[in-house]
Design a protein around this ligand. Sequence first.
Ligand SMILES: Cc1cc2nc3c(=O)[nH]c(=O)nc-3n(C[C@H](O)[C@H](O)[C@H](O)COP(=O)(O)OP(=O)(O)OC[C@H]3O[C@@H](n4cnc5c(N)ncnc54)[C@H](O)[C@@H]3O)c2cc1C
Length: 434
Amino acid sequence: MRQIAIVGSGPAGYYTAEAALKQWGEGVSVDMFDTLPVPFGLIRTGVAPDHQSIKGVSRRYEATALTENVRFVGNVMIGRDISVTELQDFYDAVILATGAPNDRKLGLPGEDLSNVFGSAAFVGWYNGHPNFADLDPRFSHDTAVVIGNGNVALDVTRILAKAHEEFTGSDIVTHALTALDASRVRRIVVLGRRGPHQIAMTPKELGELAHLARARPLVDPVDLPGESEDAVLDPGQRKSVAHLRAFAAAEPRADREIVIEFDFFASPKAIIGDQRVEAVEIERTRLVDGKAVGTGETYRIPAGLVVACIGYQTSKIPDVPFDEKGGRFANVDGRIRPGLYCVGWARRGPTGTIGTNRPDGFAVIEKVAEDMGDGTGKPGRPAFDALAGKRGIHYVKFTDWQKIDEAEIANARQGAPREKFVAVEHMIEAAGRG
Ligand SMILES: Cc1cc2nc3c(=O)[nH]c(=O)nc-3n(C[C@H](O)[C@H](O)[C@H](O)COP(=O)(O)OP(=O)(O)OC[C@H]3O[C@@H](n4cnc5c(N)ncnc54)[C@H](O)[C@@H]3O)c2cc1C
């Protein structure tokens, strides 16, 4: 029996478990650890609450989770409750699938002012991640600035712009819905250092902005390159830019009380304010060889909320080599050191879609199979259980998560699929392990 520990129950963790089952069938035992008592990583706490069909992918992971040979071990933080070295003593292979949960810093003066957030925190707040339940963002100023030109910036913008009714069918947590209901934000400025041809927004997500009940997207036609230049783009980019062209050409609509302004060629230089953010100072840029270069022209946008959607970093774990520049574990094709591997965002950084993690999971299991052969005779589960008993680690199993899931569904407000617990102790209580 090969004994495998996977650390992290997000997409990368589950695809890796699926690959292990394909590789060894009955000949493998997988323990999948997670800090939280609930599985699925960013499917639960990152993917937008109004994109329920995407969140539906977790049902596929359930099939893996319910297999005899795979065990969910929730509410256990590796690096705090048990070290990686200890795990390596118990399991033939330890695979870190811990994602990239920390916001990259803007590196600007004023970024620590109140009401300036990174997207991990802000998205975690509206998606019910226990670490961010107390974030308490304020929506009392009429202008919010969203920094970044990727899909996370789009998610944040859409959530800020939607009316109450547009959250029907979503699982946005009630504390966020209540705060957004009282929001005075009427202008959302989306800053991109480069131009329309350089955005990382995908067409489906960008197109959604045109169908919001009370908001309209605005693009300055001056920022758009000549249409013939779109020929160099790949088909997806071309569709995204077509949306921007449509936004630029659309007639103003008096019935839209919120405006979403795309401010391209705009590089934030400082967040201004006394304790709380009051404005963002920006330098106009131009493109030189595809890079944004400052022009020296600056301006300020008065704003009361800033959300930076500029990328993420993996959390360090003691005794695991870290690639500071890449913001992820130091690895060569998923190998960190003998018996220790990484996969998903923890391996390659925060890029790609949910599906990108599947080949990653299969590739890392190929490496493990090459290195491990028939197994190294480690004790696996019983050894972990003995240590957990000694150390008073009360872990949560998949059947406990199913009880939490049931309770969340039962607690759902009208029209919502669930009301998430946002405190770990409430999750544990719902699992009947209080
Ligand atoms: C805001 C946002 C929206 C997104 N929307 C989409 C979308 O609509 N469509 C799409 O295709 N992709 C989307 N993505 C990308 C997608 O979520 C990622 O590709 C995917 O979640 C990465 O999987 P992962 O398993 O590497 O990391 P994660 O999903 O982050 O999972 C990591 C898991 O590890 C656990 N963990 C971390 N540290 C420890 C530790 N020390 N001990 C134990 N457990 C630990 C965490 O609790 C978490 O459960 C989105 C990403 C973000 C940030």
